[in-house]
Design a protein around this ligand. Structure first.
Ligand SMILES: *Cc1c(COP(=O)(O)O)cnc(C)c1O
Length: 353
């Protein structure tokens, strides 16, 4: 007898993040900020008080309520997940049946396509405009022509750092029968969120995460926001204790300090602006070699001549960024980190022409 792997998983390989010791990590769009000592002490106390012998609150009610109050929405619309990655998987499991089509855009976050393959749903990919903007009418028409059941995209977009204004997102949602999963992982850095109007639609789920602007990638905490009907489905399909007590407790402390969170977000936006200015300077010096687009997230997306070689050169200097084809995606970090990466890029093109 022999056990054979099924077709959908046969060729999969485990996710392969960049490992090793690099002094400057600008590859994963995390926040470089750590919370001040008083808040860290509060987190320590919250951990000490967590009843670790008991199962966590299955609905993570406290952290959902604090999240909802931070964003000015009703907690009835919020479901917590083990990172928004888990929520993407839950949404596909809940709202798709085998064979239902999903529309994704390109370039966009690669995990969407991955999860469609696990639920055995064909994934249709629509190219964005050459300047990485999204044409809402083209999305609507493609969705209709292909008869898709779900449209999923990030706004603002990872990896391009370009945003679709709220009016464009509304147009897509109103113009389709499909469920729209709007991944607002980076919307803390921009002001075009649809969170406050989520109840106006019967086909919208918004995803948010604590991994970027909130500065808690390590605790794996994300949120799905949708009207009460859709929320009931999401809560029914998720596994009962999907968010552990430690993440719930630490998330509660973070959202109990809205002023600190807003302050951190301001600092991350400033860091993004500095990094973008540094790249713009390089781009004016080497206009044929480096091109950037105006970012609205906490990272910069730059088309770089010989991007692979440049990536390797940075890595040899202990600087890790994300390499994607002809592009590098660079997370905004501390001032000296931004200056170091920009200096290394400039040196690469100065020395190698
Ligand atoms: C980082 C990121 C997420 C966050 O995923 P988590 O599982 O919450 O850490 C979701 N969507 C996009 C587009 C991202 O870049």
């Amino acid at each position: 007898m022999a056990f054979a792997l099924n077709d959908k998983i046969k060729t999969l390989t485990p996710y392969d993040p960049i490992c090793g010791e690099y002094p400057i990590r600008l590859d994963a769009n995390e926040s470089y900020l750590v919370f001040p000592d008083e808040i860290r002490a509060e987190m320590g106390q919250a951990l000490a008080q967590a009843a670790l012998n008991r199962y966590p609150d299955p609905y993570a009610e406290r952290v959902c309520a604090l999240f909802a109050s931070f964003y000015g929405i009703s907690p009835k619309l919020v479901t917590a997940g083990d990172g928004s990655d888990e929520l993407i998987s839950i949404l596909m499991n809940a709202f798709l049946q085998k064979g239902d089509k999903v529309l994704t855009l390109a370039p966009d976050f690669s995990m969407y396509r991955f999860y469609t393959s696990i639920v055995e749903c064909p994934c249709i990919t629509m190219q964005k405009n050459a300047d990485f903007t999204i044409d809402p009418q083209q999305v609507i028409e493609t969705a209709k022509r292909e008869g898709v059941r779900m449209i999923v995209f990030s706004n603002p977009c990872n990896p391009t750092s370009v945003g679709l204004p709220a009016e464009g997102a509304r147009k897509i949602i109103r113009g389709t029968d499909a469920l729209v999963v709007l991944d607002e992982a980076y919307m803390d850095f921009w002001d075009q969120s649809l969170l406050e109007e989520v109840t106006q639609y019967d086909n919208l789920v918004i995803l948010r995460t604590c991994s970027k602007a909130i500065g808690l990638a390590g605790i794996r905490l994300g949120f799905a926001v949708a009207n009460e009907t859709l929320t009931r489905v999401i809560r029914s399909v998720k596994s009962p204790y999907n968010v552990n007590s430690v993440s719930q407790a630490l998330g509660c402390v973070a959202f109990s300090h809205p002023e600190q969170l807003r302050h951190n977000i301001e600092r991350l936006i400033e860091a993004r602006e500095s990094l973008y200015a540094l790249f713009q300077a390089i781009s004016s010096e080497f206009p044929t070699k480096v091109k950037t687009v105006r970012p609205v997230t906490n990272f910069v997306w730059a088309k770089c001549e010989r991007a692979g070689e440049l990536f390797d050169a940075l890595k040899r200097q202990g600087i890790i960024v994300r390499h994607m084809g002809e592009y590098l995606r660079v997370t905004a970090g501390r001032n000296h980190e931004n200056e170091k990466v920009a200096g290394a890029v400039r040196a690469f093109y100065t020395e190698k022409g």
